[in-house]
Design a protein around this ligand. Sequence first.
Ligand code: HEM
Length: 496
Amino acid sequence: MDLMIIVAACLTIAILYATTKMVQRRTLPETKQGPSLPPVVSTVSLLAYVPTLVRSGLPAVIDHLHTKLGSVFTMSLFGLKKVTFLVGPEVTAHFFQGSESEIRQSSIYKVTVPVFGRGVLYDVDLATRSRQISFCIDSVKPMNLRGHVDSMVHEVEDYFAQWGQHGVVDIKHEMGHLILLIANRCLLGKQFRENVFDEEVSTLVHELFENGFHLISLFFPHLPIPPHRRRDKARAKLGEIIHKVVRSRRSSAAGRAAENDDVLQRFMDSKYINGRSMTESEIAGLLVCLMFTAQHTSSSASTWTGACLLSHGGSSYLAAAVEEQKRVMERHGERVDYSVLQEMGTLHCCIKEALRLHPPANLLIRHASKGFSVRTREGDRFDIPKGHTLATCTTVGNRLPYIYKDPHVYDPSRFGPGREEDKVGGKFSYTPFSAGRHACLGKDFAYMQIKVIWTHLLRNFELELISPFPEEEWEKLAPGPRRKVMVSYKRRRLLP
Ligand code: HEM
């Protein structure tokens, strides 16, 4: 078993054990008399969940506790920390929408500082962070994305041109590599893709993310363990490379914006309110942030989309997605651009459904800087005290049976006309991209690159999943499919 699984399991068992030593309290909700504190998980229950934790991970434990205690419950950690879990749209509105003075994100996301670097995002004050987030939003907003589709299509065509007439590949590895090449091209620019840095950047980004976000990093981000040492080394080297390119662009004609249609250039041209440009290390930090958020999540989503479509249960949706490609090709030929991608509603729903079942960010965490109260679906009111850590598990929240029919079944048509289960369920029913104040700003970019990839695959290959349907890497903060996902392929032409 992976060392990190064992460390994470031991840590969590220790946490659960310590919790059992604490005074247990099970407060009944008060409906008429007024709000009360959420139920605290009992000693016996906690110990009983250790095997589930080791076997199936934290989401499975949360799922069990949710079934037993309802949509709001508190875990007490070492008697020092109280973590209140909120499950479902009825109780998560304030979690997602509360202002930073009420629901703080920054203290929790300190885990990202060794990865993104000092001086950016969760290492700076709110005003600076808000400005830096707005630089990111500008760089990937739909208006600026149209230009990226061409780059994505070129990367995808070049990549799959290297496949033979038929063969067997690990689609997880292929997606990880391809998404990284797309990110390098769209975020860092042509210069990176065309010179020696490309290979090195890919290796470093891989090292950084593989080692930076283990469950244990959340509690001890600077613990001197080998993965954290590998993370720090990779981050330092990556920073050096980006600084070098920024310096060379600033000092040469290549620095002119018109010649560089990438996010790096947009960052170089961005200015704070006082007119100051970003420093080299701020630019590097934001780029690493976007590469992380863009790379891991999207490659995981592309792989899950493939695994779902190519597994037995997805075959009718695979056929529907292929039919859709035929219709689109009859109208537009081989061309793929921004507006052509908008016509692929079936493919969109196939990706959206893979994300509902396998959200790459499955635990969203905040801190309650002020107390607040929530009302459950059953009408119970609970007070959440100031100082609690707040958490919501997207894996559990996106499989609620009163929102999604047969929630464990892969069924993209649940988002189609006449059903639209996520809309019927309300604003916070579908949260793989989070929601509210910190909703993912790269959602359109993500859909676009995954659609470009699967459009090419559906049009040019017959595919078959030949390994078992993958399990989740639950021990990671951003879990993906575990082990290799083997797929056999054979070239074909969709239209004569
Ligand atoms: C399938 C792909 C993706 C998924 C599932 C995903 C998911 C998420 C989630 C869940 C959050 C919010 C975390 C929280 O609430 O604490 C988030 C935030 C963010 N995402 Fe994504 N993401 C994806 C792709 C991307 C891409 C492609 C980019 C950039 C090009 C991106 C950039 C960001 C950034 C910068 C934030 C922070 C926003 C903030 O704090 O205000 N993401 N993403």
